[in-house]
Write a protein of this length. Structure first.
Length: 649
């Protein structure tokens, strides 16, 4: 009998210990400073809102009707294969830290090449081969340099990509046969930021993009694979133009017959349009009309059809343009939402799209080009509150200091909450990014359980509102973006349903800078601030960020090599004015962040604490804006605790 009691007690110990657990354990290798224990009651309340998933489109199999996607089952994102509409997601990769760099089938469909970080968050992207018949994975690159997205040749089984292996800074162009990693060779030694985009039909040339240092201008080149000879494709003269989209998803392509090049450009326009360049004459003409912003495009592998995604504000519109037709044909079967990541099947009869609605996360669909029929390939779980339980997102705008109207998106709390509601202002990163109505996932907890309103501002510098708007914050105009937040605070004060006395700021990366700067400038109107991976010192950031990224940031922020600009950048850095930051602050940082190194956060923490200001500081064993499910959950629970303590109480 005594023996049985002992066995029973042993069996009950784990359950008893769990029942006694009152706070959440800190994730492995995370460093927590100033953060109080997180009650399990928060964990239990927020957890259902984290149970959502999304699917990202990677591409079609070249000969069979199946797709590559990326999605997360468990802790991190992995590469999966889906073999039928609504079919099971068959996981191909099982890395502890996941795969976030994309993947594609080789033209014969025998294997997949994917890209992943091997530096634990330092963004040292490597290329790997996954053999479909055996599941064997082979490292193709050197394991330490940065490598770009590989693009496939048509006949030779080669990939082209950029690599920093020569000096760790410049993005030279290389080719390789993935079946023979030792075949890798450099076809163009360059200075600065270049990328391989496409192969000519003959496989003799690679279409490449060059970013002109210190500007927003890009150029397209044809590079002879054997000789390395370069021929400029984009027109010379006129005002500088960008021949790619800021998000980097609409890459220039050769036409199916190899006689033309298609590219997305803001040449002679406020908005990006699809342009077609004739390689024989060198003449370019716009394929889409003036005033209609195009977000993405994809050239059919056969024929003359081009799929384009038109920006209609809160939503996207898919159109097919045939070179022989006078007008684009709009696909009406797609509900309101945002379309991205287009992928043609080899026959040109079907187009895969990535689609996200205001009440749905990203999923993959296929569109029949002839009939417009929409076919859903993945269905991702929502989690948390029912999509119909919360008010729809609202497009709002307010007048800033210079009379310009600033757009944003307002998510109201559940209708059962009455009276003026506390507000969270969430600033996107980039700055070349844009918020649109979308499903919020974990953040719906703030709306549905805590009765908060959330505003996502698209302050100046955001894309999607024209070239002028995008560059209004460049260089010495940086603080004008912060003033847009001040104008938003003014607008909130005029809204009876919003509580002007309970407002917090949050943002990551560049949004982290705006959060810190606005918390200093408007600290008398803000209760608290939460920022992650943010810039606190522009000079230290530009001096310390990864060398391969530095050039493409100079056009945005200014070059600290110029003494006058260096002085200016120091003068607007939040660290310089940290003594004025007196509201509670929560900072999150990645220990392996090579974009915004950890010393940015550490210096800010020390300076703000010197004021006697409460500061919570968490450092994850990760790179820039990088989370696993475990750390993302922990971060969300800590965020809720911070809100409860400093905004709601």
């Amino acid at each position: 009998m005594r023996y049985c009691l002992r066995v029973l007690l042993i069996l009950l110990l784990p359950a008893y210990a769990y029942a006694q657990e009152t706070s959440l354990a800190i994730p492995d290798r995370a460093k927590v400073d100033g953060l109080p224990p997180i009650p399990m009651s928060i964990v239990d309340g927020v957890a259902p809102y984290a149970q959502f998933r999304q699917a990202r489109l990677l591409g079609w199999h070249p000969t069979e009707r199946r797709l590559l996607i990326s999605t997360a089952f468990g802790n991190v994102t992995q590469v999966h294969e889906v073999r039928a509409p609504g079919g099971a997601r068959m996981q191909l990769t099982f890395f502890r830290d996941g795969v976030t760099g994309g993947a594609s089938y080789e033209p014969g469909g025998r294997y997949v090449v994917f890209r992943k970080d091997t530096s634990g968050g330092g963004e040292a992207m490597q290329l790997f081969r996954y053999d479909l018949d055996s599941g064997r994975i082979t490292l193709l690159t050197d394991g330490k340099s940065r490598h770009g997205v590989p693009v496939w040749s048509h006949r030779r089984g080669l990939v082209a990509f950029y690599s920093t292996r020569r000096n760790g800074k410049d993005r030279d162009l290389w080719t390789m046969d993935p079946l023979e990693p030792g075949s890798a060779r450099m076809i163009a030694e360059v200075e600065g930021t270049w990328d391989a985009l496409d192969w000519s039909v003959s496989d003799k040339e690679v279409l490449a993009q060059q970013l002109i240092a210190g500007s927003a201008e890009t150029r397209l080149w044809r590079i002879d694979v054997e000789s390395g000879k370069r021929v400029l494709v984009t027109p010379e003269g006129g005002s500088p133009a960008r021949w790619s989209d800021p998000a980097g998803t609409a890459r220039a392509q050769f036409s199916a017959d190899g006689r033309s090049v298609y590219a997305l450009s803001d040449r002679d326009s406020e908005v990006t349009r699809v342009w077609r360049g004739d390689l024989a004459t060198g003449k370019w003409r716009p394929l889409t009309g003036e005033g209609i912003a195009i977000e993405a495009f994809a050239v059919a592998p056969v024929g003359t059809v081009v799929a384009v995604v038109a920006d209609r504000g809160a939503t996207s519109e898919l159109q097919f343009i045939d070179g022989t037709a006078a007008k684009p044909r709009t696909v009406s079967s797609i509900p309101p939402g945002v379309i991205s990541n287009l992928a043609w099947r080899g026959s040109g009869a079907t187009l895969a799209i990535e689609f996200a609605g205001a009440r749905t996360f990203r999923d993959v669909y296929a569109v029949d080009v002839k009939t417009g029929r929409l076919e859903r390939w993945t269905s991702s779980e929502m989690g948390g509150a029912s999509p119909d339980a919360l008010p729809d997102a609202e497009l709002v705008e307010w007048k800033s200091f210079d009379g310009r109207m600033i757009p944003g998106i307002l998510y109201r709390p559940a209708k059962r909450f009455t009276g003026p509601r506390p507000v969270m202002i969430n600033v996107h990163g980039g700055p070349e990014a844009r918020e649109r109505p979308r499903a919020l996932g974990r953040s719906n907890y703030f709306r549905n359980e805590l009765g908060m309103a959330i505003i996502y501002p698209n302050i100046r510098g955001s894309i999607g509102y024209g070239k002028t708007y995008e560059h209004l914050d460049d260089g010495r105009n940086r603080e004008d973006a912060v003033k847009d937040i001040g104008a938003l605070l003014d607008w909130i004060a005029t809204r009876p349903e919003l509580d002007k006395n309970r407002v917090m700021l949050t943002g990551i990366s560049y949004g982290g800078y705006v959060t810190l700067a606005a918390a200093i400038a408007y600290g008398d109107r803000i209760r608290c601030a939460f920022e992650g991976f943010g810039l606190s010192d522009f000079v230290a950031f530009l001096d310390g960020t990864d060398p391969s990224r530095r050039r493409d940031r100079l056009a945005e922020y200014g070059d600290p090599a110029d003494p006058a600009m260096r002085t200016f950048l120091k003068s607007i850095s939040p660290l310089t004015h940290a003594a004025k930051l007196k509201i509670p602050l929560f900072i999150v940082q990645g220990a392996k962040d090579t974009r915004v190194p950890p010393d940015q956060a550490e210096a800010m923490v020390r300076a703000v604490r010197a004021n006697g200001t409460p500061v919570w500081y968490v450092v994850y064993d990760a790179g820039h804006e990088e989370f696993t499910q475990v750390t993302n959950d922990f971060n969300q629970y800590a965020w809720v605790l911070f809100v409860q303590k400093y905004l709601l109480n």
